[in-house]
Design a protein around this ligand. Structure first.
Ligand SMILES: Cc1ncc(COP(=O)(O)O)c(C=O)c1O
Length: 414
């Protein structure tokens, strides 16, 4: 069952290993909460995209996990980066990603961020509003540069995922509808410091059914033909990210090959190069969050396992009621129990699992929270003045710290 999450995750001699490294040994050496990522897994996922889309540019969505050592793996595998902030641009450049493979989306880019990205000569700005076109044009003019752009279109398709991560519907703040996009393209075409080179769309995240992609791609291809007829040279069709991963044991998920089978026939008569921006499906199941059991508490009608990882470390359960599978790091005979797994943060919403039927662990033992490689550390915070976790990268039996655990003075530096 674990192999369905990650083929590098396995019990050996009664202990859980990731990519050849004992998770108990890592927890003992570096303490908990601890994020551990498998480089082999991340490489395999990038290669699966490359195999399914040999002619596309894969831009790893840095927001899923911004650790520069993770971005560097994407770079080594030939990927570019999809960014949404100056910070993500900095991390991508630090990881060695070529600016010519960086695309930049986001509804609220600041002047400083736009300047930084223009100066860095990134491939393309995915512009989300009329106003952004004007501001970008002004800044590019002042810097004596031309900014290459796509307009982010909102194809109004339902990705059938959590509403917080549905981004391609009419009511969301992202992009513009196709009719407005046509006007924006016309407008952008007249701005002398912009060069229109692409169309961008991203419909949401954790998408488990590929049919919304087909619907979105059809709309984008129609727009491509309209724009081409109007004289635009559209060189890139950026269809975003969003492919879903396995979180629940019983749940299956589409592979990059399934996505290719769905959308390649739709885009096959398009001259433009395809760009994809996967994040979660690259790193999500590449990582686990290790946490130590602090206390067990039986309130009669309810049982609690209290651990040292809280919502500040992994916010997805509190924020989206997301399910993360949790397994003991040591395998032994144990009874099952129905329990909540909760963190130390002073919020009732601070839980990793609710009413979960799981193996009973003891105080001091370690648990591995699966599928924690994406939107885990990246969404962590200092709430309750809790230092953020340490991150370790493992590959074929070797390991190294890729981010030190924070201490109190680091958080309170002034
Ligand atoms: C513009 C854009 N591209 C790519 C992604 C990556 O999505 P995912 O991690 O689901 O692949 C996101 C995430 O929301 C996004 O907003």
């Amino acid at each position: 069952m674990l192999a369905e999450y990650n083929p590098y995750l396995e019990y050996k001699d009664g202990n859980l290993y990731l990519d050849g490294v004992s998770l108990k040994a890592l927890a003992e050496e570096f303490g908990t909460p601890l994020y551990v990522y498998s480089a082999s897994y991340i490489r395999d996922r990038l290669r699966a995209y490359k195999k399914a889309f040999p002619d596309a540019l894969i831009c790893y969505a840095v927001k899923a996990n911004f650790n520069p050592h993770i971005i560097a793996i994407a770079k080594e595998e030939g990927a570019g980066a999809d960014i949404v902030s100056g910070g993500e641009l900095y991390a991508s450049l630090k990881a060695g990603v070529e600016p010519s493979k960086i695309v930049y989306a986001g509804v609220g880019k600041t002047i400083r961020e736009l300047e930084y990205a223009i100066e860095s000569d990134i491939l393309m700005f995915n512009v989300e509003s009329f106003m952004e076109l004007d501001v970008l044009n002004d800044i590019a003019g002042k810097l004596g540069k031309k900014a290459r752009i796509a307009i982010r279109v909102n194809p109004d398709v339902d990705p059938k995922t959590h509403h917080y991560i549905s981004t391609g519907m009419k009511k969301s703040k992202f992009g513009v509808d196709i009719k407005t996009a046509k006007k924006e393209y016309e407008y952008a075409g007249k701005l002398k410091n912009l060069q229109v080179i692409g169309i961008h769309c991203h419909i949401g995240s954790q998408i488990l059914d590929v049919s919304p992609y087909i619907e979105a791609a059809q709309k984008v291809v129609e727009l491509y033909h309209d724009l081409t007829r109007a004289g635009f040279e559209i060189q890139y069709l950026d269809l975003g990210g969003g492919l879903g991963i396995k979180y629940k044991p019983e749940q299956s998920n589409p592979e990059p090959a399934d996505l290719a089978e769905a959308i390649l026939p739709v885009v096959n008569n398009v001259e433009a190069k395809l760009i994809l921006e996967p994040g979660r499906s690259i790193v999500g199941n590449g990582g686990v969050l290790l946490t130590q059991v602090q206390f067990l508490k039986d309130k009669g009608h309810k049982h609690f396992i209290i651990v040292d990882a809280g919502m500040n470390d992994l916010v997805r359960p509190a924020m989206y009621e997301a399910y993360h599978h949790i397994v003991p790091v040591e395998k032994k005979e144990r009874p099952y129990i129905k329990t909540d797994v909760v963190g130390p943060v002073c919020e009732t919403g601070d839980f990793l699992a609710l009413d979960r039927e799981m193996l009973l662990v003891e105080r001091g033992e370690y648990l591995a929270v699966l599928s924690a490689g994406a939107y885990g550390f990246a969404m962590s915070s200092h709430y309750n003045l809790r230092p953020r976790a340490c991150e370790v990268l493992v590959e074929k039996g070797f390991y190294r710290v890729i981010r030190e655990r924070e201490d109190y003075s680091y958080i309170l530096r002034s």
